[in-house]
Design a protein around this ligand. Structure first.
Ligand code: TRP
Length: 454
């Protein structure tokens, strides 16, 4: 059994929790969760999402960390080694390949949206130093940004450079430090925004929109979307957390760290929802209208009215960019680690190759708002198609295979040892059967239902 990874190690279990929470908490919580919730009608969607987190997300989270820490390599090679050791087919490497591909596609559109947040941070900065125009009509500002391919490409490129810079430096330097200072700051800003939301007088309406289920909204399509959001927000299904698990010290307790990450992520998403919807309602934006621009068109209305709103708006978007940054790193790491193991590229060279490909793929998302706005695949813009294929197809399938591998291909002696011998028996058995049957079964039923197979 390997006790360390050639790529480096987290200096402590706290470092892993920070890095994995940094990966999980990102645009998925603050940008995607509110707008997907609004598009899916609120309460019922949120409750299904919470069920997906606990019945599917958590067992898959444990599975990814177990596989990663046991293999101690990039997902593709960890799966190869572990299959060989268990006398199972090497076809399991396909899960790692699927993860690497999904990582490229997600990174390519994630970076474009992160570019929007950088741009907004910069807009507020310019206004603060008296060199920019105030955002008087946020909807118009947002549409104007999307129409400008050059501007989008610039910010997308800048964000990709920020990501590659950290990945090139390796696991220990930079990342751990950035996460431990900046993420708590973002959390505090969210709480302040929550306070503002409460004083708008529309807080209870937001609570009711988010938590009062209207079960007429329930459909297989909606459940797949909630499942996809659960995977996306927890960074699961593409072997990112598996990769982080490879750098986890042997004495860290996987159930404890995995649960901490999942709970922190969920709390941030719910607080973001409770902070954003009162604003949306207060300014008369139709919460069901949603759309990917939701936070960019609603929050500036609040910032325009709040005391110190400009400074606050700047801090908010810059910290959101940081949250996106600590997430995008985990999208780039699996492919980079694989290239380092399998080619003679250095870490820097490998990271640059990955970033270059993802950046080019990202141009497809950039152009989907302007030059190629007319192009659609199955009624979706190119941007939405990439989001849909990854979160609603590739991540659930990746998660399904991950759970099956940890539950069936690994011997229970191995999974028991990795999950910590101190874990009570009932809890281990619950995990084992959720990984073997529960989570894969739910994923299959929901996906089959969506395809109208029954
Ligand atoms: N979880 C991140 C967010 O919510 C995005 C992310 C990072 C991700 N790594 C991932 C999503 C791996 C899926 C898989 O913003």
């Amino acid at each position: 059994m390997q006790t360390s990874s050639i790529h480096g190690m987290w200096s402590s279990r706290l470092a892993f929790v920070l890095a994995a929470t940094g990966s999980a908490v990102g645009l998925g919580n603050i940008w995607r969760f509110p707008y997907i919730t609004s598009e899916n009608g609120g309460g019922a969607f949120v409750l299904v999402y919470l069920v997906c987190i606990f019945l599917v997300g958590l067992p898959v989270m444990f599975s990814e960390i177990v596989i990663g820490r046991r293999g101690r390599m990039s997902p593709i090679n960890s799966l190869k080694e572990l299959s060989d050791d268990a006398g199972k087919t090497r076809a399991w490497m396909g899960l790692g390949v699927l993860g690497v591909i999904a990582g490229f596609v997600i990174l390519s559109f994630y970076s474009v949206v992160a570019g929007w947040t950088l741009h907004y941070g910069f807009l507020y900065f310019k206004e603060l130093i008296g060199m920019g125009q105030p955002i008087t009509d946020p909807a118009e500002t947002f549409t104007g940004l999307l129409a400008n391919a050059g501007e989008l490409t610039f910010w997308h490129g800048l964000f990709m450079l920020m990501t590659v810079a950290v990945v090139a430096l390796g696991v220990e330097k930079g990342l751990e430090r950035a996460v431990s200072i900046l993420m708590p700051m973002l959390f505090v800003l969210l709480l302040i925004l929550l306070g503002y939301g409460i004083q708008t007088g529309h807080f209870m309406e937001a609570v009711s929109f988010l938590f009062r289920p209207d079960w007429s909204q329930l459909s297989f399509g909606m459940v797949v979307t909630a499942l996809g959001q659960a995977f996306f927000t927890l960074s699961l299904g593409m072997c990112a957390i598996m990769t982080y698990g490879a750098y986890l010290p042997s004495n860290a307790n996987i159930p404890a760290v995995g649960t901490t990450v999942a709970i922190s992520d969920t709390v941030v998403a719910l607080i973001a929802g409770l902070a954003i919807f009162p604003v949306v309602i207060a300014f008369g934006i139709d919460p069901a209208g949603g759309g990917a621009g939701l936070i960019f068109t609603s929050l500036p209305l609040a910032f325009a009215e709040m005391p110190f709103g400009i400074a606050y708006g700047m801090a908010f978007f810059l910290l959101l960019s940081v949250a996106a940054w600590t997430s995008s790193i985990s999208l780039m790491e699996p492919a980079t680690a694989y290239l380092v193991e399998s080619t003679n590229l250095s870490r820097k060279g490998a990271a640059l190759c990955v970033a270059a490909v993802a950046w080019m793929l990202g141009l497809v998302s950039v152009f989907s708002f302007n030059l190629w706005a007319e192009v659609s695949i199955g009624g979706r813009s190119l941007m939405d198609a990439k989001d849909f294929v990854t979160s609603e197809i590739m991540l659930p399938i990746g998660g399904l295979l991950t759970a099956l591998f940890a539950g069936w291909a690994l011997s229970s002696a191995i999974s028991r040892e990795e999950l910590d011998n101190k874990m009570p028996n009932w809890a281990y058995t619950a995990w084992l059967w959720l990984a073997r049957v529960g989570a894969p079964g739910l994923i299959l039923i929901v996906m089959a239902g969506r395809l109208e197979l029954f």
